[in-house]
Design a protein. Structure first.
Length: 251
């Protein structure tokens, strides 16, 4: 297996691929001024296994296009949707988030939890804005500094991993400069990281290593995740995912 195939295999049976919760998704949704009974068009970009997609489908009317680059994740999402009788609300689409085949002003809401970093926060906003109806909403979660000053170790780590990491005020400025008006913001809680993401991940390490016969590549993936978990536990007061909810203004 390639490194990418190993990563997909490691995550494909997880409940979530990143920090978050159904409560976080609903909290963000509550900040959007829409009629939940209206027939809406929603795109969930970089949906992964679709935990948030299912939450949205259970709480909104209309149709959700769930987009991800990896077919294995979309297959799992389709299976989960069928078990919850939500298959008529969710259509999956295997596409890269920087090459979306949508029409201009097609969607009422663009959603993306923990995924916009793949093409960059500002690049994602610029690329996706045209797909939103005027006065439509974008809701994205993004790695964000919680303080202006940080210890050198965590600062250097995340500047190397994701140079676009910034404070919430910096991200909000980018939203405003690109024709959006912020309507809501909050940081994900420690529970969303540890209980919902890292703790279940740690329970998968041994089975994953055994499955891949303790190969060097598999051990490297596990070690990388262990280091990230340790860094979060040590420096959780300095960073989290910030959830940004904003309205597209008329041009």
């Amino acid at each position: 297996m390639t490194e990418l195939e190993l990563l997909i295999d490691f995550h494909v049976d997880a409940e979530r691929q990143g920090p978050g919760s159904g409560e976080d998704t609903l909290k963000a949704l509550s900040m959007i001024d829409i009629n939940p009974e209206a027939s809406l068009k929603i795109a969930d970009v970089g949906c992964g296994l679709g935990a948030q997609t299912l939450t949205l489908a259970q709480n909104l009317n209309g149709c959700i296009t769930a987009v991800d680059l990896f077919a294995d994740f979309l297959t799992k999402l389709n299976d989960r949707a069928k078990k919850l009788n939500l298959e008529n609300k969710i259509t999956t689409l295997e596409k890269s988030m920087d090459a979306l085949p949508f029409d201009n002003e097609e969607y009422d809401i663009l959603w993306s939890e923990g995924a916009i970093y793949n093409i960059g926060f500002e690049s994602g906003l610029k690329n996706w804005k045209r797909f939103l109806k005027t006065n439509g909403y974008i809701a994205v979660s993004e790695m964000t500094w919680k303080t202006k000053n940080r210890p050198k170790e965590i600062e250097e780590h995340w500047n190397n991993e994701y140079p676009e990491i910034d404070t919430a005020s910096g991200k909000i400025k980018i939203l405003e400069e690109n024709g959006f008006s912020l309507v809501g913001f909050f940081f994900l809680s420690e529970k969303s990281w540890l209980d919902n993401y890292y703790s279940p991940m740690e329970k998968r390490f041994d089975a994953f290593l055994q499955k891949h016969e303790n190969s060097d590549a598999a051990k490297a993936i596990v070690e990388g995740e262990r280091q990230e978990i340790a860094l979060y536990r040590k420096y959780k007061d300095y960073l989290s995912y910030g959830f940004y909810i904003a309205k597209k203004l008329p041009s």
